[in-house]
Design a protein around this ligand. Structure first.
Ligand SMILES: NC(=O)c1ccc[n+]([C@@H]2O[C@H](COP(=O)([O-])OP(=O)(O)OC[C@H]3O[C@@H](n4cnc5c(N)ncnc54)[C@H](OP(=O)(O)O)[C@@H]3O)[C@@H](O)[C@H]2O)c1
Length: 314
Protein backbone atom coordinates (compact mmCIF):
# COMPACT_ATOMS: atom_id res chain seq x y z
CA UNK A 1 0.00 0.00 0.00
CA UNK A 2 1.24 3.49 -0.85
CA UNK A 3 -0.41 6.86 -0.43
CA UNK A 4 0.04 9.72 -2.86
CA UNK A 5 -0.30 13.24 -1.54
CA UNK A 6 -1.04 15.86 -4.16
CA UNK A 7 -0.39 19.39 -2.97
CA UNK A 8 2.45 19.66 -0.46
CA UNK A 9 1.47 22.88 1.27
CA UNK A 10 0.56 23.40 4.92
CA UNK A 11 -1.87 20.51 5.14
CA UNK A 12 -0.40 18.12 2.56
CA UNK A 13 3.07 18.56 4.06
CA UNK A 14 1.78 17.83 7.56
CA UNK A 15 -0.22 14.76 6.49
CA UNK A 16 2.82 13.50 4.56
CA UNK A 17 5.08 13.95 7.57
CA UNK A 18 2.71 12.20 10.00
CA UNK A 19 2.00 9.31 7.64
CA UNK A 20 5.67 8.85 6.83
CA UNK A 21 6.68 8.89 10.48
CA UNK A 22 4.04 6.21 11.10
CA UNK A 23 5.68 4.03 8.43
CA UNK A 24 3.34 4.64 5.46
CA UNK A 25 5.08 4.70 2.05
CA UNK A 26 4.15 8.14 0.66
CA UNK A 27 4.55 9.66 -2.80
CA UNK A 28 4.60 13.43 -2.99
CA UNK A 29 3.37 15.50 -5.90
CA UNK A 30 3.47 19.29 -6.11
CA UNK A 31 2.89 21.83 -8.85
CA UNK A 32 6.38 20.93 -10.19
CA UNK A 33 8.79 18.07 -9.63
CA UNK A 34 11.38 20.47 -8.25
CA UNK A 35 8.90 21.58 -5.56
CA UNK A 36 7.98 17.99 -4.75
CA UNK A 37 11.69 17.11 -4.35
CA UNK A 38 12.27 20.11 -2.13
CA UNK A 39 9.24 19.21 0.05
CA UNK A 40 10.33 15.56 0.27
CA UNK A 41 13.80 16.63 1.44
CA UNK A 42 12.34 19.08 3.98
CA UNK A 43 10.03 16.41 5.41
CA UNK A 44 12.93 13.95 5.57
CA UNK A 45 11.71 11.49 2.94
CA UNK A 46 13.98 12.15 -0.05
CA UNK A 47 13.17 9.87 -2.97
CA UNK A 48 9.42 10.14 -2.40
CA UNK A 49 8.84 12.85 -5.03
CA UNK A 50 6.76 11.89 -8.06
CA UNK A 51 7.43 13.12 -11.59
CA UNK A 52 3.99 14.75 -11.69
CA UNK A 53 0.40 14.21 -10.48
CA UNK A 54 -0.32 11.37 -12.91
CA UNK A 55 2.85 9.53 -11.90
CA UNK A 56 1.88 9.90 -8.21
CA UNK A 57 -1.63 8.52 -8.71
CA UNK A 58 -0.38 5.63 -10.88
CA UNK A 59 2.04 4.52 -8.16
CA UNK A 60 -0.45 4.75 -5.26
CA UNK A 61 -3.48 2.92 -3.85
CA UNK A 62 -4.72 5.96 -1.93
CA UNK A 63 -4.65 9.59 -3.06
CA UNK A 64 -4.91 12.59 -0.72
CA UNK A 65 -5.97 15.73 -2.60
CA UNK A 66 -4.52 18.43 -0.30
CA UNK A 67 -5.60 21.27 -2.58
CA UNK A 68 -7.81 24.34 -2.60
CA UNK A 69 -11.05 23.88 -4.51
CA UNK A 70 -9.97 25.62 -7.74
CA UNK A 71 -6.81 23.55 -8.35
CA UNK A 72 -8.77 20.54 -7.08
CA UNK A 73 -11.06 20.71 -10.13
CA UNK A 74 -8.06 20.95 -12.50
CA UNK A 75 -6.16 18.12 -10.84
CA UNK A 76 -9.20 15.82 -10.82
CA UNK A 77 -9.62 16.46 -14.58
CA UNK A 78 -5.92 15.71 -15.09
CA UNK A 79 -5.94 12.31 -13.31
CA UNK A 80 -9.62 11.28 -13.63
CA UNK A 81 -9.01 8.17 -15.76
CA UNK A 82 -6.60 6.82 -13.12
CA UNK A 83 -8.92 7.21 -10.11
CA UNK A 84 -11.54 4.41 -10.36
CA UNK A 85 -10.74 1.76 -7.75
CA UNK A 86 -8.50 4.08 -5.73
CA UNK A 87 -9.34 5.58 -2.35
CA UNK A 88 -9.45 9.37 -2.70
CA UNK A 89 -9.13 11.32 0.55
CA UNK A 90 -10.44 14.88 0.50
CA UNK A 91 -9.34 17.23 3.32
CA UNK A 92 -10.58 20.43 1.62
CA UNK A 93 -12.69 23.07 3.30
CA UNK A 94 -15.02 25.52 1.55
CA UNK A 95 -13.18 28.59 2.82
CA UNK A 96 -10.86 31.40 1.78
CA UNK A 97 -8.39 32.51 4.48
CA UNK A 98 -7.47 36.20 4.78
CA UNK A 99 -4.03 37.44 5.83
CA UNK A 100 -5.29 38.07 9.40
CA UNK A 101 -6.42 34.41 9.71
CA UNK A 102 -10.16 35.09 9.42
CA UNK A 103 -12.03 33.11 6.79
CA UNK A 104 -15.07 33.37 4.57
CA UNK A 105 -17.04 30.56 2.97
CA UNK A 106 -16.57 29.96 -0.73
CA UNK A 107 -19.63 27.74 -1.12
CA UNK A 108 -23.26 28.51 -0.29
CA UNK A 109 -24.27 27.84 3.32
CA UNK A 110 -25.09 24.17 3.80
CA UNK A 111 -23.10 22.92 0.79
CA UNK A 112 -20.04 20.94 1.79
CA UNK A 113 -16.85 20.77 -0.19
CA UNK A 114 -16.97 17.00 0.44
CA UNK A 115 -20.17 16.64 -1.59
CA UNK A 116 -18.78 18.92 -4.29
CA UNK A 117 -15.49 17.04 -4.63
CA UNK A 118 -17.26 13.67 -4.55
CA UNK A 119 -19.45 14.83 -7.45
CA UNK A 120 -16.37 15.69 -9.54
CA UNK A 121 -14.86 12.21 -9.26
CA UNK A 122 -15.37 9.47 -11.84
CA UNK A 123 -17.59 6.52 -11.02
CA UNK A 124 -15.83 3.79 -9.10
CA UNK A 125 -13.64 6.16 -7.08
CA UNK A 126 -13.72 5.33 -3.40
CA UNK A 127 -14.26 8.72 -1.84
CA UNK A 128 -13.69 9.69 1.79
CA UNK A 129 -13.65 13.04 3.55
CA UNK A 130 -10.86 13.15 6.16
CA UNK A 131 -7.80 14.94 7.56
CA UNK A 132 -9.35 18.39 7.04
CA UNK A 133 -11.33 18.83 10.26
CA UNK A 134 -8.50 20.49 12.20
CA UNK A 135 -5.79 23.01 11.34
CA UNK A 136 -2.51 21.59 10.07
CA UNK A 137 -0.75 22.92 13.17
CA UNK A 138 -3.18 21.03 15.43
CA UNK A 139 -2.74 17.91 13.36
CA UNK A 140 1.01 18.11 13.87
CA UNK A 141 0.87 18.89 17.59
CA UNK A 142 -1.79 16.28 18.47
CA UNK A 143 -0.44 13.34 16.54
CA UNK A 144 0.44 10.34 18.72
CA UNK A 145 -0.88 12.14 21.80
CA UNK A 146 -0.53 10.31 25.13
CA UNK A 147 -2.00 8.94 27.33
CA UNK A 148 -5.14 9.16 25.15
CA UNK A 149 -4.95 9.62 21.39
CA UNK A 150 -6.87 12.50 19.81
CA UNK A 151 -9.62 11.52 17.38
CA UNK A 152 -10.05 12.44 13.72
CA UNK A 153 -13.47 12.26 12.10
CA UNK A 154 -14.11 10.97 8.60
CA UNK A 155 -17.18 10.72 6.36
CA UNK A 156 -17.73 8.22 3.58
CA UNK A 157 -20.35 6.03 1.90
CA UNK A 158 -17.77 3.43 0.87
CA UNK A 159 -16.90 0.53 3.18
CA UNK A 160 -13.44 -0.06 1.67
CA UNK A 161 -12.60 3.64 1.87
CA UNK A 162 -13.68 3.57 5.54
CA UNK A 163 -11.35 0.66 6.32
CA UNK A 164 -8.46 2.28 4.48
CA UNK A 165 -8.89 5.75 5.96
CA UNK A 166 -9.17 4.27 9.44
CA UNK A 167 -5.80 2.62 8.83
CA UNK A 168 -4.30 5.92 7.57
CA UNK A 169 -5.70 7.89 10.52
CA UNK A 170 -4.14 5.38 12.92
CA UNK A 171 -0.83 5.45 11.06
CA UNK A 172 -0.89 9.26 11.37
CA UNK A 173 -1.27 8.94 15.14
CA UNK A 174 -5.00 9.42 15.78
CA UNK A 175 -8.10 7.36 16.58
CA UNK A 176 -10.61 7.33 13.69
CA UNK A 177 -14.28 8.16 14.34
CA UNK A 178 -16.94 7.84 11.60
CA UNK A 179 -19.12 10.93 11.21
CA UNK A 180 -21.59 9.45 8.74
CA UNK A 181 -21.87 9.42 4.97
CA UNK A 182 -20.67 11.96 2.42
CA UNK A 183 -23.91 13.91 2.94
CA UNK A 184 -22.66 14.64 6.47
CA UNK A 185 -19.31 16.02 5.27
CA UNK A 186 -20.28 19.51 6.37
CA UNK A 187 -20.02 18.31 9.96
CA UNK A 188 -16.32 17.57 9.65
CA UNK A 189 -15.31 20.63 7.65
CA UNK A 190 -13.84 23.87 8.96
CA UNK A 191 -16.33 26.61 8.13
CA UNK A 192 -19.14 24.07 7.96
CA UNK A 193 -22.55 25.12 9.20
CA UNK A 194 -22.26 22.99 12.31
CA UNK A 195 -20.00 25.27 14.35
CA UNK A 196 -22.54 27.72 15.78
CA UNK A 197 -21.20 30.38 13.43
CA UNK A 198 -17.86 30.31 15.27
CA UNK A 199 -14.55 30.11 13.41
CA UNK A 200 -13.36 26.84 14.96
CA UNK A 201 -13.20 23.32 13.65
CA UNK A 202 -15.31 20.58 15.21
CA UNK A 203 -13.89 18.68 18.14
CA UNK A 204 -11.83 21.62 19.47
CA UNK A 205 -12.74 22.46 23.09
CA UNK A 206 -12.75 20.48 26.34
CA UNK A 207 -14.97 23.10 28.01
CA UNK A 208 -17.35 25.72 26.63
CA UNK A 209 -19.33 28.08 28.86
CA UNK A 210 -22.41 29.99 27.74
CA UNK A 211 -23.54 32.34 30.51
CA UNK A 212 -26.50 34.76 30.48
CA UNK A 213 -26.69 34.52 26.69
CA UNK A 214 -29.16 31.79 25.73
CA UNK A 215 -32.16 34.12 26.20
CA UNK A 216 -30.79 36.37 23.44
CA UNK A 217 -30.31 33.64 20.82
CA UNK A 218 -32.78 33.62 17.93
CA UNK A 219 -32.17 29.88 17.37
CA UNK A 220 -31.01 28.34 20.67
CA UNK A 221 -31.29 24.78 19.35
CA UNK A 222 -28.89 25.50 16.46
CA UNK A 223 -26.52 27.28 18.85
CA UNK A 224 -26.43 24.39 21.34
CA UNK A 225 -26.06 21.86 18.56
CA UNK A 226 -23.16 23.85 17.06
CA UNK A 227 -21.47 24.24 20.45
CA UNK A 228 -21.85 20.49 20.97
CA UNK A 229 -19.98 19.85 17.75
CA UNK A 230 -17.15 22.12 18.88
CA UNK A 231 -16.63 19.96 21.98
CA UNK A 232 -13.82 17.45 21.91
CA UNK A 233 -14.84 13.90 22.87
CA UNK A 234 -15.43 13.96 26.62
CA UNK A 235 -15.75 17.75 26.54
CA UNK A 236 -18.46 19.57 28.45
CA UNK A 237 -20.74 22.55 27.90
CA UNK A 238 -21.88 24.69 30.84
CA UNK A 239 -24.99 26.79 30.20
CA UNK A 240 -26.39 29.26 32.70
CA UNK A 241 -29.14 31.86 32.39
CA UNK A 242 -31.94 33.57 34.31
CA UNK A 243 -35.22 31.69 34.41
CA UNK A 244 -38.64 32.64 33.14
CA UNK A 245 -41.03 33.43 36.00
CA UNK A 246 -44.76 33.55 36.60
CA UNK A 247 -47.32 35.00 36.22
CA UNK A 248 -47.01 34.60 32.46
CA UNK A 249 -48.61 37.97 31.58
CA UNK A 250 -46.22 39.88 33.85
CA UNK A 251 -43.20 38.04 32.46
CA UNK A 252 -44.40 38.72 28.87
CA UNK A 253 -44.44 42.46 29.69
CA UNK A 254 -40.95 42.18 31.15
CA UNK A 255 -39.63 40.37 28.05
CA UNK A 256 -41.12 42.99 25.72
CA UNK A 257 -39.36 45.65 27.78
CA UNK A 258 -36.10 43.68 27.68
CA UNK A 259 -36.35 43.24 23.88
CA UNK A 260 -37.00 46.97 23.49
CA UNK A 261 -34.07 48.01 25.71
CA UNK A 262 -31.50 45.37 24.67
CA UNK A 263 -32.65 44.98 21.08
CA UNK A 264 -32.04 41.21 21.39
CA UNK A 265 -34.25 38.16 21.17
CA UNK A 266 -35.17 38.36 24.86
CA UNK A 267 -36.79 34.99 25.54
CA UNK A 268 -35.95 33.36 28.88
CA UNK A 269 -36.22 29.62 29.44
CA UNK A 270 -37.05 27.46 32.41
CA UNK A 271 -34.61 24.73 33.34
CA UNK A 272 -37.01 22.15 31.88
CA UNK A 273 -37.03 23.98 28.54
CA UNK A 274 -33.24 24.44 28.56
CA UNK A 275 -32.79 20.74 29.27
CA UNK A 276 -35.09 19.85 26.38
CA UNK A 277 -33.14 22.16 24.05
CA UNK A 278 -29.85 20.50 25.02
CA UNK A 279 -31.24 17.01 24.52
CA UNK A 280 -32.72 18.12 21.18
CA UNK A 281 -29.25 19.36 20.22
CA UNK A 282 -27.82 15.87 20.78
CA UNK A 283 -26.20 16.65 24.14
CA UNK A 284 -26.75 14.67 27.28
CA UNK A 285 -27.22 16.32 30.66
CA UNK A 286 -24.61 15.57 33.31
CA UNK A 287 -26.04 17.74 36.10
CA UNK A 288 -28.38 20.68 36.60
CA UNK A 289 -29.42 23.13 39.27
CA UNK A 290 -31.93 25.94 39.84
CA UNK A 291 -30.98 28.81 42.15
CA UNK A 292 -32.48 31.98 43.55
CA UNK A 293 -30.72 35.31 43.23
CA UNK A 294 -33.43 37.50 44.84
CA UNK A 295 -37.24 37.78 44.90
CA UNK A 296 -37.34 38.57 41.15
CA UNK A 297 -34.33 36.88 39.57
CA UNK A 298 -34.16 33.11 39.60
CA UNK A 299 -31.65 31.20 37.53
CA UNK A 300 -30.56 27.77 36.40
CA UNK A 301 -27.32 26.15 35.33
CA UNK A 302 -26.65 22.85 33.66
CA UNK A 303 -23.67 20.88 32.48
CA UNK A 304 -24.03 18.86 29.29
CA UNK A 305 -21.58 16.51 27.61
CA UNK A 306 -20.59 16.21 23.99
CA UNK A 307 -22.61 13.98 21.70
CA UNK A 308 -21.41 10.43 21.81
CA UNK A 309 -19.17 9.94 18.75
CA UNK A 310 -21.50 7.30 17.30
CA UNK A 311 -24.32 9.87 17.34
CA UNK A 312 -22.44 12.36 15.25
CA UNK A 313 -23.22 10.60 12.03
CA UNK A 314 -26.82 9.88 12.96
N1 LIG B 1 -3.79 24.53 6.27
C1 LIG B 1 -4.65 24.00 7.12
O1 LIG B 1 -4.54 24.19 8.36
C2 LIG B 1 -5.78 23.15 6.61
C3 LIG B 1 -6.55 22.42 7.54
C4 LIG B 1 -7.59 21.62 7.10
C5 LIG B 1 -7.87 21.55 5.74
N2 LIG B 1 -7.12 22.28 4.86
C6 LIG B 1 -7.47 22.20 3.44
O2 LIG B 1 -6.38 21.66 2.71
C7 LIG B 1 -6.33 22.25 1.41
C8 LIG B 1 -4.93 22.84 1.20
O3 LIG B 1 -4.72 23.82 2.19
P1 LIG B 1 -3.24 24.29 2.56
O4 LIG B 1 -3.36 25.20 3.72
O5 LIG B 1 -2.33 23.12 2.63
O6 LIG B 1 -2.89 25.18 1.27
P2 LIG B 1 -1.46 25.54 0.71
O7 LIG B 1 -0.47 25.62 1.80
O8 LIG B 1 -1.64 26.72 -0.18
O9 LIG B 1 -1.11 24.27 -0.18
C9 LIG B 1 -1.76 23.97 -1.38
C10 LIG B 1 -0.77 23.32 -2.24
O10 LIG B 1 -1.38 22.90 -3.45
C11 LIG B 1 -0.39 22.98 -4.47
N3 LIG B 1 -0.94 22.94 -5.80
C12 LIG B 1 -1.64 23.89 -6.45
N4 LIG B 1 -1.96 23.47 -7.69
C13 LIG B 1 -1.43 22.23 -7.82
C14 LIG B 1 -1.40 21.29 -8.88
N5 LIG B 1 -1.99 21.51 -10.05
N6 LIG B 1 -0.76 20.13 -8.66
C15 LIG B 1 -0.14 19.85 -7.51
N7 LIG B 1 -0.13 20.72 -6.45
C16 LIG B 1 -0.77 21.89 -6.62
C17 LIG B 1 0.28 24.31 -4.17
O11 LIG B 1 1.53 24.37 -4.82
P3 LIG B 1 2.08 25.77 -5.37
O12 LIG B 1 2.26 26.63 -4.17
O13 LIG B 1 3.31 25.40 -6.07
O14 LIG B 1 1.00 26.30 -6.30
C18 LIG B 1 0.39 24.26 -2.65
O15 LIG B 1 1.62 23.72 -2.22
C19 LIG B 1 -7.44 23.30 1.35
O16 LIG B 1 -8.58 22.76 0.73
C20 LIG B 1 -7.74 23.56 2.83
O17 LIG B 1 -9.08 23.96 3.07
C21 LIG B 1 -6.08 23.07 5.26
Amino acid sequence: MATAIIGIGNLGGTVARELASGGEPVILSASSQAKARKAAAAIGIPGSAALNNRDAVQRADNVVLALWLDPMREVIDEVADLLPGKVVVDPSNPIRVAADGTFTRTLPEGQSSGELVASLLPQGTRFVKAFGSVAATMLASNSRRTPKRAVLFYATDDAKAATEVERLIRVAGFDPVPAGGVAKSVRVEIGGDGAAGLPYPPNTFDLITCTNALHDMADPLALLSGLGRLLAPGGQLVVEDFARRRPAWLWAVFERLMQWIEGGHGRAYTLTEARALCVGAGLHIVCEKVFTIDWFWHGWALRAADPYPEQIGS
